[in-house]
Design a binder for this molecule. Structure first.
Ligand SMILES: [Zn+2]
Length: 166
């Protein structure tokens, strides 16, 4: 079952999500549905607020074959270094791409769907994607990280896309 994806400017995208403390079957089901929704939308990451859930959780798959889904619960960036700008898309901002600067390398601590804690160090697309999704858990969208002018231009473009598809 795929879930409905909420688009900008829906207010659920602005919520700061609370920490997850219960690791049960329901959480596992939610995670599976989010992964399915991410694949259906052809995205490489999807955060819970994007499907209307105020949960500190996101899923990601940056493999070429889209067969290695990962789930990050209660993620926290412990260390970051460097900076790199990459083009980003977002399933909540369809048709809009923006070059966003983020840390080049990060160390993240998170829990898996069973509640087990992991710490990983990543760079490249993985680092970029994790920072984008983690922003969602704090009610932050990638366009917030742009200059006022660039944001205004992108929002105009988004408006056109939304009009064309509605
Ligand atoms: Zn996004």
């Amino acid at each position: 079952m795929t879930l409905k994806i909420y688009h900008y400017p829906h207010k659920v995208l602005r919520e700061v999500t609370p920490v997850i403390t219960v690791f049960d079957d329901k959480l596992e089901t939610t995670t599976k549905q989010m992964i399915e929704t991410m694949y259906a939308g052809d995205g490489c990451g999807l955060a819970a607020p994007q499907v209307g859930l105020s949960l500190r959780l996101f899923v990601m798959d940056i493999s070429k074959e889209a067969n290695q889904p990962q789930c990050f619960i209660n993620p926290e960036i412990l260390e970051s270094e460097g900076a790199i700008a990459r083009e980003e898309g977002c399933l909540s901002l369809p048709g809009v791409y923006a070059k966003i600067e983020r840390a080049a390398k990060i160390t993240v601590r998170y829990q898996d769907v069973k509640g087990q804690s992991h710490t990983i160090s990543v760079d490249g697309i993985a680092a970029h994607c994790i920072q984008h999704e983690l922003d969602h858990l704090n009610g932050v969208l990638n366009i917030d990280r742009l200059s006022k002018l660039k944001r205004a231009l992108l929002l105009k473009k988004l408006e056109k896309v939304q009009k064309a598809t509605s």
